[in-house]
Design a protein around this ligand. Structure first.
Ligand SMILES: [Zn+2]
Length: 267
């Protein structure tokens, strides 16, 4: 059997006019997001959900012509404020991967990098047809954790999403894109049916359901680069820069985490 056509999976983070320094590089402006979605529509691409893609690849069922995935990580407030109206206007499917300990509300661990969604907004997104997936509880590098912490990050996230939304999340995205065989197995055993990595390549069925690659959309991504991303081109050129960005993001986050801990210890 031949491998089905590869699929671009777009990875967004914040959609914000004025993001803070920690989220700026990986954010997009509301205007850029609207332009990019108009381009997706113009090119005749059909956004599908993460669970839908994986199910089709598992079963051999056909997907719509020219599928694309639109995904958001972490759970920034702008996904509700800015992205949802654009998605709704086009009738586009999308997936939001939430770090449950970063969202505003009863489970907030104080580690979030910027203004996050609250659970009413997440429910509203789900009600509008956005698939809600897991992205751990406190957004650690999962491959650095011992087994107990790894399991609790995965289980807590799944249970909180299930409690808040009344349905079990089926898809997962690895924080920072990091996974290992042990992490992928734990994600599968927690009950997630598929998981997304990062990798600046088109997703292909042969990557396996727990290592589907995604394309990073950045604040610096102009319309031409966005088109090349959709086609899986220009990927080598941006790869080194992207790795540095992702690493910088991890370092920034660690620094904030340490500061957060100091503040918490004082109060
Ligand atoms: Zn993340």
């Amino acid at each position: 059997m031949t491998d089905p056509a590869p699929v671009p999976i777009l990875m967004y983070h914040a959609v914000a006019t004025d993001p803070n320094d920690a989220t700026r590089a990986l954010s997009v402006t509301p205007e850029a997001f609207a332009e990019q979605m108009a381009l997706v529509a113009d090119r005749g691409l059909t956004p599908v959900g993460t669970a839908e893609l994986a199910a089709a690849w598992r079963s051999g069922r056909p997907l719509p012509a020219r599928p694309v995935l639109i995904t958001f990580d972490d759970g920034y407030e702008g996904v509700h404020r800015h992205a949802l109206p654009v998605l709704a206007k086009h009738g586009f499917a999308a997936t939001l991967f939430v770090s449950t300990g970063w969202l505003r509300g009863p489970y907030d661990t104080g580690g979030a990098l910027d203004t996050m969604l609250d659970w009413d907004q997440v429910r509203e997104l789900a009600g509008a047809g956005v698939e809600i997936g897991g992205h751990s509880h406190t957004h650690p590098q999962l491959d650095q954790l011992d087994d107990d912490r790894l399991r609790s990050e995965l289980i807590l996230c799944k249970e909180i999403v299930s409690d808040q939304l009344g349905s079990v999340p089926a898809s997962f995205a690895y924080p920072y894109g990091y996974s290992s065989r042990r992490v992928r197995q734990a994600v599968r055993e927690t009950g997630y049916a598929q998981a997304l990595a990062v990798g600046n390549a088109l997703a292909r069925r042969r990557q396996g359901p727990y290592a589907l690659r995604r394309l990073t959309v950045r604040r610096s991504t102009g319309p031409e680069e966005f088109e090349r991303l959709l086609q899986g081109r220009a990927i080598g050129r941006v790869f080194a820069r992207d790795r540095a960005l992702t690493k910088g993001y991890a370092v920034l986050r660690r620094a904030r985490q340490v500061r957060g801990r100091v503040v918490a210890a004082r109060s």
